[in-house]
Design a protein around this ligand. Sequence first.
Ligand SMILES: *Cc1c(COP(=O)(O)O)cnc(C)c1O
Length: 361
Amino acid sequence: MFNRRINVTESFIPPMKDYTKYLQKAFDSKWLTNRGQLTIDLEDRLREYLCLNNILLTTNGTIPIQIALKLLADKGNVITTPFSYIATASTIIWENCSPTFVDIDPDFLTIDESQIESNITPNTKAILVTHVFGNPCNIDVIEQIARKHKLFVIYDAAHCFGVKYNGKSIFNYGDISTCSFHATKLFHCGEGGAIICNNKDFTEKVFYSHNFGHDGPLSFHGLGINGKISELQSAMGHAVLDNMSNIIQARKKVVNLYRINLENPNIKFLKIREGTEWNYSYFPIILNDENTLKKIEDLLNKEGVFPRRYFYPSLNTIEYLKGPRMPISESISTRILCLPLFAGLTQKEVNSISSLILKCL
Ligand SMILES: *Cc1c(COP(=O)(O)O)cnc(C)c1O
């Protein structure tokens, strides 16, 4: 049925000559990291492309969460979501903070904002939540709660490249927003990430934190870590960014075709929050039960198609996180499957994947 293996995603590979055009600059200058010209230029391009006040590129999308927690949560308690990638919760433990999980909304898959306030304690310092699959959390309510209780807000916006909410970049919300430019993400640098600090009191601290705390070759502003992106990563970022509008258009076509093909009472799609300009980053389907999911997965795997169970398991069930039961997150995580989605997936392939899925219902 398929003449190639199809994974849940495929990294966008820019033409080699585009990549080498940028790489040549690093070779010519003999400058491979430490905020070279490619990195400075990529930050400029991204600030403009995404309409941001500031952006700091980092070596991946996990270090920026750690920096945010180090600066804003100070080993305290952090309210967070059980339905995300492991990095959202593991960074809390890594920074010696403690997580308090709050269950999710079954339609939007983001934190259930109505349950946040009752979970706040005197030790709560921050709210760290994920805009799941590029779908914004209920930002308005979260910010109200944060102001009232004097908490910092950190958004794990790893999935959100290009997303706008109420007319502005989603990265412009929260005290800090972070993003991932990992090879599997919509926009990528192979490995890479970014930190967007919207709280003026912390912009400098964030900058110093990502470079060992250096404020000169021989002096230090404070504690820091090495979160720098390299020029080789930034070169890839430039070459991918050159193709960004084509990438998003191609993915939009795939998503729209899936939506038509899979319209069925036994399949639920992600509900996108009103006011969102979405980025077509993931295409999850929610099924009635785990058996159906496994049937679909088995059949697709036999044909060489590999969807992915994002997110499974629910993070509160992981041994070192030891959270209380989260009925909605635990239930959804057993029934949700992300279908293959990337620029270059053909209409014929989407149709074949869709009909195999429908056969299992
Ligand atoms: C990918 C991802 C991360 C981690 O990003 P890396 O660049 O792989 O370090 C964090 N949170 C979420 C929700 C992600 O999907």
